[in-house]
Design a protein around this ligand. Structure first.
Ligand code: ZN
Length: 361
């Protein structure tokens, strides 16, 4: 063993390919970070996972379940001798052939709020975080709020944690003309609406919106369009969404292509997020940065951290009603310079890595 130092341009970065199963916020952000790293190095995908969405999900679930049941780690390929980039903490990777881990963490809700997840998700997540601490991983989280939550639970990461905000992507897409979103727009696209985007799961707070929107609709004449796939622990929420759909106050669209989604953003009156908590909330940033939509956001720390100068915050149904019935101003322009500085710092950290335990043989 000897101490050696090398720039990223000489190393390989291996990416746990399982993140490709997410086509929404997390997946998009991870592809962006991989793109940043790729500018300085050679990026390879560790796992060749089936390309189809359903197969991909199944493969990842089986892999996670396997490591949980047999308390074993997923092995990296024998020849990984570079940086390992693991985009999300849903698996435990054996890092013995890896010189340095870089791990993207958006939130640690499976640990802080296990009630929002299935039990196995919390177990896998705990094991993954402990493994990251043990491997001396560089944690790249997307907000200061998440950083604080991580350090509260894992103070040992103090010197290895960095904030890199998510980046709003440029949407330039064509409608597919086949999905629920395209069909809905083609049929009746003349109604004013508020837009909410996110997986249907407990943390997003959609049940409260669905429960109250009928009376908001009567008063404001604006419907609520929710775009999001059905996720975990969603049976009760789905029932509530279906009930709310019957009156026409709420439109829930599960299957919406990117092209159609971008048109929903363009035409919306405002963007609304009712989340009980968020690690970053990429859709809210995109609504602001790309579409200049007024933001109506639940009053949670990360929404305050990112949008305190620009959003309408609410913490009760009465406050939400008040916001909905009054005129809304567009947000201030999102400051891209902050992101540029963070990106520069991030790539500098990668360039400066010193691998104390790396051996060439
Ligand atoms: Zn479509």
């Amino acid at each position: 063993m000897r101490k050696m130092r090398f720039g990223l341009n000489k190393s390989s970065v291996w990416v746990d390919g399982s993140f490709n199963s997410h086509k929404a916020g997390i997946g998009i952000d991870n592809e962006w970070v991989v793109g940043l790293i790729a500018k300085y190095s050679k990026v390879k995908t560790v796992y060749s996972i089936p390309k189809g969405m359903a197969l991909n999900m199944m493969f990842r679930r089986i892999r996670n379940l396997y490591t949980l049941l047999f308390r074993c780690s997923i092995r990296t390929p024998r020849k990984v001798k570079g940086i390992f980039y693991q985009p999300q903490l849903t698996s435990v990777i054996a890092g013995k052939n890896v010189t340095r881990w870089v791990v993207r963490v958006h939130d640690i809700f499976p640990i802080t709020n296990p009630e929002w997840f299935r039990p196995w998700a919390t177990k896998i997540f705990w094991r993954s975080m402990v493994a990251a601490v043990r491997q001396n991983a560089l944690i790249v989280c997307s907000s200061s709020t998440t950083k604080a939550a991580i350090l509260k639970n894992f103070p040992a990461l103090e010197n290895n944690i960095f904030v890199l905000s998510c980046f709003p992507r440029d949407l330039f897409m064509l409608k597919c003309e086949r999905c629920d979103g395209c069909q809905y727009q083609n049929a009746n696209f003349d109604r004013q609406y508020f837009l909410a985007v996110g997986t249907i799961e407990p943390r997003k707070g959609f049940d409260v919106l669905a429960k109250n929107w009928n009376s908001f609709y009567v008063e404001s004449a604006k419907i609520l369009v929710i775009v999001g796939k059905k996720g975990w622990k969603s049976t009760k929420i789905v029932k509530r969404l279906r009930d709310a759909s019957k009156t026409g106050a709420v439109v829930w669209l599960e299957n919406v292509c990117d092209g159609s989604l971008s048109i929903f953003y363009e035409q919306a009156t405002a963007f609304i997020s009712s989340s009980l908590d968020e690690g970053f909330n990429l859709p809210a940033l995109e609504a602001r940065a790309n579409y200049s939509l007024p933001l109506i956001l639940s009053d949670i720390p990360v929404h305050r951290e990112l949008h305190s100068d620009s959003a309408y915050f609410y913490s009760s149904v009465a406050e939400l009603r008040n916001v909905l019935l009054n005129p809304l101003k567009p947000p201030q322009r999102w400051d891209m310079n902050k992101s540029k500085i963070q990106i520069e710092e991030f790539t500098q950290i990668l360039r400066d890595f010193t691998y104390g335990s790396y051996s060439e043989n």
